[in-house]
Design a binder for this molecule. Structure first.
Ligand code: COA
Length: 182
């Protein structure tokens, strides 16, 4: 683990949290933090977490509940993929949707890219939903990953949900929390 990762503190964004400078190199992701994150909190659509190093924002990510849905899966190849997911769930408990939490946005400041902060965020979300007590169950982590971030999520053991979005700029990916050995 890098010294940088050891320094981070993760704090929940509140409506009165000051937002200092932040630049991850992506205009939309920067803009969300400055202009939308507090509105999403207010209307209960996403909770944003700031990853801080002292007073600096080194990264942020957003979480919302989601449903991993198999109704949109049409091709044989996609059905096979879905069955792979379902195989880990007993027959009698299989559903059309499974409870999930979505990483709506995840961005690391350019200055801190490559130090393991992104991976630490994924591990943190995994730990939150595996070990902390929640009022509702959650089986999967989902993300609509940017093309440039596919290798990052692949390394964190995320899988592609469907082949329908193969040529898109973002692809639906999921991580099965039950894939972590107990
Ligand atoms: C993609 C991003 C989140 C990665 O965060 P990071 O803190 O730089 O990543 P980490 O240092 O934790 O990397 C973890 C692993 O993924 C790899 N990785 C990270 N980004 C990668 C990329 N773009 N391409 C290939 N591999 C990548 C690292 O090499 C590392 O591999 P290792 O475990 O073998 O050493 C970050 O670069 C970022 O915010 N980019 C701009 C915004 C963005 O694309 N967000 C994703 C939206 S879905």
């Amino acid at each position: 683990m890098s010294e940088i990762v050891e320094k981070i503190k993760i704090v929940r964004l509140e409506e009165d949290t000051p937002i200092s400078s932040f630049d991850c190199g992506d205009i939309d992701l920067n803009d969300f933090l400055f202009n939308d994150a507090k509105n999403y909190l207010k209307v209960m659509l996403a909770i944003t977490y700031l990853v801080k190093i002292d007073d600096e924002i080194a990264a942020y990510f957003c979480l919302s509940y989601d449903a991993l849905n198999r109704t949109a899966i049409l091709t044989e190849e996609e059905k096979a993929l879905w069955n792979k997911v379902g195989r880990k769930i007993p027959n009698s408990k299989r559903r059309k949707t499974y409870p999930s939490v979505k990483i709506g946005r995840l961005a690391v400041a350019k200055k801190y890219a490559g130090y393991g902060i992104g991976r630490r965020i994924i591990d943190t979300v995994t730990m939150m939903y595996l070990y902390e007590q929640h009022h509702a169950a959650c089986r999967f982590i989902t993300v609509d990953a940017y093309r440039t971030a596919f290798p990052f999520y692949e390394k964190a053991q995320f899988r592609y949900l469907t082949t329908k979005d193969t040529d898109e700029d973002t692809r639906a990916m999921y991580f099965d929390l039950k894939a972590i050995p107990a």
